[in-house]
Design a protein around this ligand. Sequence first.
Ligand SMILES: [Zn+2]
Length: 135
Amino acid sequence: MNTRNILKIEKTDAEWRTQLTPDQYRITRQHGTERAFSSPDFEPDKTGSYHCVCCNRPLYHSQTKFDSGTGWPSFSGPISVDAVTEHHDNSYGLSRTAIRCADCDAHLGHVFPDGPPPTGLRYCMNGAALTFESG
Ligand SMILES: [Zn+2]
């Protein structure tokens, strides 16, 4: 499950702090979680892709986005198999699988095995970790 790649983008903590908003920094670089229903709506009717807020790598496509009712942007799978990496996360006494950007190691959210077909997976993401590009 641990498919840690060689990072393509490495920046110092100070560089990330300069580039990101405090919320974006806390979530992506310090493994934070935003409050449910706090992320922007991302124009749900538009077709497009969701990119890493830190390095702009495409991570998810709107075709895989679904309304999970959780208050976090949810996807049935990444835009490509190598877009994200999985990491064991035992924080808060829970055994979960954390999801990070493969290029810059940004913490994005977690994946759960209760999503819709065909994958059966629910990639529960922090909206603050993503940007949307239509088209
Ligand atoms: Zn990234």
